[in-house]
Ligand binder design. Sequence first.
Ligand code: SF4
Length: 359
Amino acid sequence: MLVHICCSVDSHFFLQKLKEKYPNEKLIGFFYDPNIHPYSEYRLRLLDVQRSCEKLGIPLIEGEYDYENWLRAVRGLENEPEKGERCRVCFDRRLEVAAKKTKELGEQRYTTTLLVSPLKSQEQLQQSAKTIDKELGTQFVFEDFRKFGGTQLQAKVSKEEKLYRQDYCGCLFGLMQQRAKQEMIMDEMIAPITHQILPASIEERLTMYQKRMELEEKGIEYTIIRKRFLNYRLLRGFVRINKEVVPSYILSYSHLRRDFAKARIEEIIDGVGYANRDEIRVVSLDFLRKFVEVESMSQLYFEGISFEMEMKIRQEIDGAYSLSPIVVLDKIPDRFELYIDAVSYKDVKEELIIKDKNA
Ligand code: SF4
């Protein structure tokens, strides 16, 4: 039986239950989820499914990440609510590809781990499968492992197995609606061109979950804890000198009183230029070279520096808890204009702790 897999939280429990119910059936996992956006989130969910399938001894096939086709299929349904028409099309597409894969493998029976998710409509899934089976001659296996306390047991299993528990269904449109309702910034969609790994970003989680797998391979004990903190995202920023935008680098946690300030440097102390407005500090590339090797502003702009290093530099210039705008320019100018559109917000992130510090 081919098992279409959406994520590890659903698949681990669902596959365990399937193994119990069909002990003689050969199960094949099929990860086909081009609805997941962005791609880093897709990779993170796939990574966790690979780990889960390995633990359960189930072979896994990765489907194509044909995101453009998925987008084409849901065109015009972007504003539909969850469990609405867009989700029906999304199920149709994923189940149809799963059914075709089943036939390609010379099998007839298939199912999906979406059935166990409390947020999905089992009726919608069954309806989609019925139409597909009529057309392709496949056989969808319906199982309801949610009942008799299944959902509670699934939550327990996912915690015990330290599975990656995502907090949105998968697509861009569902996420937009969810974050709007929560009045939260959609920070999943923000990734700097420098590829800097931002706190609580998908990229940070991906790195952490990869490390987790390395630790498990080496048999090193670890735990994953959650931490509340003040997060930050720079949405847009630039510096103008004599009406020309010049190359600049704005350090994280920089905030202006409003978005825009015209300022002049009043004094320079130990290489730090202090401006007359909004507690702005300006440092030169030379100053930055005390901390990192960097040749030019353009290298800094495209390659960036690590978030941790930015924090170290901020601490050195402005001390702890600082939210002053700190800008790196080629040289400290006399006058300049600064634009910063940024947000700071309460957030929660996961952190990996190695239990045996000597490991
Ligand atoms: S909300 Fe989920 S099921 Fe609905 S379209 Fe988006 S990814 Fe698919």
